[in-house]
Design a protein around this ligand. Structure first.
Ligand code: PRP
Ligand code: URA
Length: 213
């Protein structure tokens, strides 16, 4: 049973927990790290997309013609927060290959920890889509809040935010800033340290996915 509080789901599934533990291990190399991020995103996406709209379509089986449900239209967008959110995109696309992909480029200032935007391109029309924002780390919440702000400014309405690891500080900030969105968290960690890194966390997600540093 996953742990839910109104608009927040914190996953307890053993497969997700097991894979997150391997991610945390500093000995886990880039290839395995990248594969795990994608697998966890897919497992989380399976639950996060349970309310995707369906429509009945006509299908001819070898036996007879029937009306049977399929995902309605081209109504989904995955929006990774660059860079690290990119690592989760293929996990979601494995579930919904027809989804469009937008990008929001943000980096955290190393001193102030405040997010700075450097890129934003969203599929249009964004208003009618279910939008899944991906970022493995929800730390202070600054990047997540800014990303959802941008999406709303562009007209996005039905927004789901997915993070593999969150700090309580960031989760609180995101919920307060955007109480209308659905939030999915793989594991809720203890706290932030003085450098605004999540403890115990997994270190710098972007660096570990892309093998930088
Ligand atoms: C990391 C992470 C989030 C952000 C979380 O990105 O991927 O986007 O920090 O921190 P916050 O909740 O305090 O905003 P980073 O800025 O390091 O950029 P990168 O993905 O390009 O490495
Ligand atoms: N960004 C990361 O990649 N890791 C953290 O712990 C915090 C922000």
């Amino acid at each position: 049973m996953d742990f839910s509080m109104d608009n927040v789901t914190v996953f307890t599934h053993p497969l997700i927990q097991h894979k997150i533990s391997i991610l945390r291990d500093k000995r886990t190399g880039t290839n395995e790290f990248r594969a795990l991020i994608e697998e966890i995103a897919m497992l989380m996406g399976f639950e996060a997309l349970r309310d995707l709209p369906l429509q009945d379509v006509e299908v001819e089986t070898p036996i007879e013609t029937c009306m049977t449900p399929m995902i309605a239209g081209k109504k989904m967008a995955v929006v990774p927060i660059l860079r690290a959110g990119l690592g989760m995109v293929n996990g979601i696309l494995a579930l919904v290959p027809s989804a469009k992909v937008g990008h929001i480029g943000l980096y955290r200032d190393e001193v102030t920890h405040e997010p700075h935007e450097y890129y934003c391109k969203l599929p249009s029309p964004i208003e009618q889509r279910t939008i899944v924002v991906t970022d493995p780390m929800l730390a202070t919440g600054g990047s997540a809040v800014a990303a959802v702000d941008f999406i709303k400014q562009h007209g996005g309405k039905n927004i789901k935010f997915m993070a593999i690891i969150a700090a309580p500080e960031g989760l609180k900030r995101l919920r307060e800033a955007h109480p209308d969105i659905q939030i999915y968290i793989g594991h809720l960690d203890r706290q932030l340290n003085d450098n605004a890194y999540i403890c115990p966390g997994l270190g710098d997600a972007g660096d570990r996915i892309f093998g930088t540093k």
